[in-house]
Design a binder for this molecule. Structure first.
Ligand code: ZN
Length: 190
């Protein structure tokens, strides 16, 4: 009698097991669909690394996926002036330069100190006595101040100068580097 019960249970369990397998396969397919965006990864190839940018003022994040890079609009929004909340057309060379720096220092994270500065905000900083140029490249959407936790400010500064992208500022006490796409020139501040 007992044996018969066990057999019946096994029979009853068998279709359930088959059903579970079916469901999990469906779930796998659904999961694969929902997480795929941009170009599908090439099988057998290690996917290129994602670099996550963090804006210290707005607390926004911007993930830079080499397979599906952010649009210029997303970049402009990410680098907006936090004081006026206004955006401008940022120079498209800035984010690739910052991502390149992250790769150079094996970091998947970049902390952004400053991107676009509205002239109103720039003037306010000047009045408060901050070391801010009157016609700062930040007000033209041509500059970004950033730091990378895996390297020293000095090393990041040396790397930035070697790129010859434009202006490079070293801010040792504040632990960030300024890069801009204006004329090549170098300075240091606090
Ligand atoms: Zn700057």
């Amino acid at each position: 009698m007992k044996r018969a019960v066990v057999a019946a249970l096994l029979l009853a369990a068998a279709p359930a097991l088959a059903d579970d397998t079916y469901v999990s396969k469906k779930d796998r397919e659904r999961a694969a669909k929902s997480t795929s965006h941009g170009a599908p990864p090439v099988p057998g190839k290690k996917p290129a690394k994602l670099v996550n940018l963090y804006n210290q003022h707005t607390h926004d994040w911007l993930a830079v996926d080499p397979l599906a890079p952010p649009s210029l609009g997303e970049i402009d929004l990410f680098l907006r002036d936090h004081f006026t909340n206004e955006t401008t057309k940022m120079d498209p060379k800035l984010i690739p330069a910052v991502v390149e720096a992250a790769k150079q220092f094996k970091s998947d994270f970049v902390s952004v100190v400053s991107g676009f500065r509205h002239p109103k905000y720039n003037l306010m900083l000047r009045k408060k006595g901050h070391q801010v140029a009157r016609d700062s490249q930040h007000t033209h959407g041509n500059a970004i101040d950033f730091q990378i936790p895996t390297c020293s400010t000095k090393k990041l500064h040396a790397w930035a100068k070697a790129q010859k992208l434009g202006g490079v500022g070293l801010y040792l006490n504040s632990a960030f580097v300024h890069i801009d796409t204006g004329p090549i020139r170098y300075w240091s501040g606090d």
